[in-house]
Design a protein around this ligand. Structure first.
Ligand code: HEM
Ligand code: SF4
Ligand code: SF4
Length: 524
């Protein structure tokens, strides 16, 4: 599993980088797969409703009504039919890529098992919806799909009567069967929508809409494809004849030749085994994750910032229980916590300036806490010399390999860049531990822990609490969202940053009497 994850991760990193050259960060399709899935779903729904107006559910009429739409009304219903088809294909592509990407990033084990398992359910439903869609056209491909599917179901031996019998000769098939098919083709996607809602229950503020520009671009491309290569039928179904050569759909039906030719025992066992493996994957093996965030009530004033910033809804605010004069206190649900540390980055008590009392934050990661971070910062700064010293705070999943590590640049690792309270930047500069601070992490819009980069950008821009103090000037802090493969770029950017520092007037470290003021920022 781990080798497969690494290979896929390598491929996705390169794909993300390659697409990053053509698309602005927000628009990169590989970073919008879930949102694109929703977009395709809505296109399928809207075009499906339009097609239903013209579709006739009778056995004899189904084919001719689709032909009417394709040929007579090619400019409206025909285009709708093509959009319906291409959006369904697009849905399969983005869904499979989304699945593979979450797997490659190891975002399917531990607390993420829920999204994965519900995702498997969605996957099955989308396939059922697509396959039943092919039946409705009632052309030669539909005939093939109907016969192979029903023979496969019959091999399960669960039905009192053979379903495939309905397709033995033209007289056997009646309109009721067709009505059942259209019912399934509408009901299953609706159930899939409910399953998608469940799928996102543990993801706070999920991105379900792609950026407008990307959505418009995808829609226009589908429209152009629909006009250039309209979806067409493959001749009317004729149950009196065995369909000869037919064009297969490679998005929904690639396994049909196997279903047709392998014994039922083999195909049903393979399908059952694959489903069980997919569902069990989050526990193959179980993720050994770091301990969840822990609350220290003595240091908490109930400000709810941690609750607002947690990307996984792992924090709830409850009535205060320790007698301190605050209304609320946070409680961490360990089964939802990914140990990203973003809550600690948002806590006003994550203050490195504290000297008198021990550095204990209101909420923190037991294995990677604020006191450890301050110790690591001092250790990193110790080796730096000269007037271009840079401390790079980088996130664990994405900090690329740096070759400029020297007496000028040192790195300090955080679980997610959102774990870094802006006070640490102020502390680094005001204590003279470095001349500049760089923040490095995943590519923009691609934060491993979802909101680390977004919250950090807001904190640095002084638009989101905790804000970077005004005395830190812009030229002293740079952010480099270059991702894991951005080592070369980051080295270059750090060298350029170092040169700008040289041109700046040296700043004096903060006077000792200002530190009292720093400590007073924390009211607990
Ligand atoms: C039509 C199909 C699907 C759609 C539209 C969809 C959509 C989404 C969206 C919008 C998110 C939230 C992304 C974010 O804002 O960070 C998400 C998360 C996720 N999806 Fe899907 N999904 C689909 C199918 C699947 C499938 C088939 C799987 C795997 C079997 C899957 C696994 C996951 C996982 C593990 C997450 C959580 C990622 C995290 O915790 O950061 N999804 N999905
Ligand atoms: S560590 Fe991350 S997931 Fe856990 S409570 Fe804090 S912000 Fe939420
Ligand atoms: S951010 Fe810190 S002080 Fe505010 S509620 Fe959370 S733990 Fe308490």
């Amino acid at each position: 599993m781990s080798l497969m994850r690494r290979v896929l991760r390598f491929a996705f990193d390169h794909l993300e980088n390659a697409l990053g050259r053509f698309f602005p960060a927000q628009w990169n399709p590989i970073l919008n797969l879930g949102a694109l899935g929703f977009f395709f779903y809505w296109v399928i729904t809207a075009t499906g409703i339009y097609l239903y107006i013209f579709f006739d559910t009778g056995v004899r009429e189904a084919y001719s009504s689709v032909e009417y739409m394709t040929n007579e009304q090619w400019y409206a219903a025909g285009v709708m039919r093509s959009l319906h088809r291409y959006a369904s294909d697009g849905l399969v592509i983005v869904m499979l890529l989304h699945l593979a990407r979450e797997f490659s990033l190891d975002r399917y084990r531990g607390v993420r098992w829920f999204s994965w398992v519900t995702g498997v359910l969605v996957l099955i439903m989308i396939y059922i919806s697509g396959i039943t869609g092919y039946w409705l056209v009632w052309d030669r491909l539909a005939q093939y799909v109907a016969i192979v599917s029903t023979e496969w179901l019959d091999r399960l031996g669960l039905f009192a009567e053979s379903i495939a019998r309905n397709f033995l000769h033209p007289g056997m098939l009646n309109d009721r069967f067709f009505t059942l098919m259209i019912f399934i083709h509408i009901a299953v996607p609706l159930l899939a929508l409910i399953a998608l809602w469940v799928h996102l229950q543990r993801v706070i503020k999920p991105r379900i809409n792609p950026p407008r520009g990307l959505a418009v671009g995808v829609f226009v491309s589908m429209l152009a494809l629909s006009l250039a290569h309209p979806a067409v039928s493959q001749g009317p179904a004729n149950l009196a004849e065995v369909p000869g050569t037919i064009g297969l759909d490679w998005f929904y039906l690639p396994l049909y030749p196997l279903l047709e030719n392998l014994p039922g025992m083999v195909t049903w066992s393979a399908a059952a085994t694959l489903t069980i493996i997919m569902v069990a994957m989050p526990w193959l093996p179980t993720l050994r994750r770091p301990p969840p965030a822990a609350v220290s009530l003595d240091n908490c004033n109930g400000c709810i910032r941690c609750f607002n910033d947690c990307p996984y809804g792992a924090i709830t605010m409850v009535a205060r229980s320790d007698g301190l004069p605050y209304e609320r206190q946070p409680v961490v649900n360990a089964s939802l916590c990914t140990s990203c540390g973003i809550c600690a980055g948002s806590c006003p008590t994550s203050m490195p300036f504290r000297r008198g009392s021990k550095l204990v934050a209101g909420i923190d990661l037991p294995d990677h806490n604020m006191a450890d971070l301050r110790t690591a910062l001092h250790a990193a700064a110790e080796g730096l010399t000269g007037s271009q010293r840079i401390i790079v705070f980088g996130c664990e999943p994405c900090l690329p390999q740096l070759s400029v590590l020297s007496d000028k640049v040192a790195t300090v690792s955080v679980r997610c860049i959102g774990q870094l309270p802006p006070a640490f930047i102020d502390y680094t500069l005001s204590r003279g531990l470095a001349d500049g601070v760089a923040l490095a992490g995943c590519r923009e819009n691609s934060c491993y822990y979802r909101f680390g980069i977004q919250w950090t950008n807001g904190r640095l821009a002084r638009e989101r609490d905790p804000r970077l103090r005004a005395r830190v000037t812009k030229d002293q802090v740079k952010v480099f969202w270059v991702g894991r493969l951005g080592g070369k770029t980051l080295n270059q950017l750090l060298l350029e940053f170092a040169n700008t520092l040289d041109e700046m007037k040296p700043r004096k470290p903060l006077r000792a009497d200002r530190e009292t003021e720093d400590q007073e920022q924390v009211h607990v």
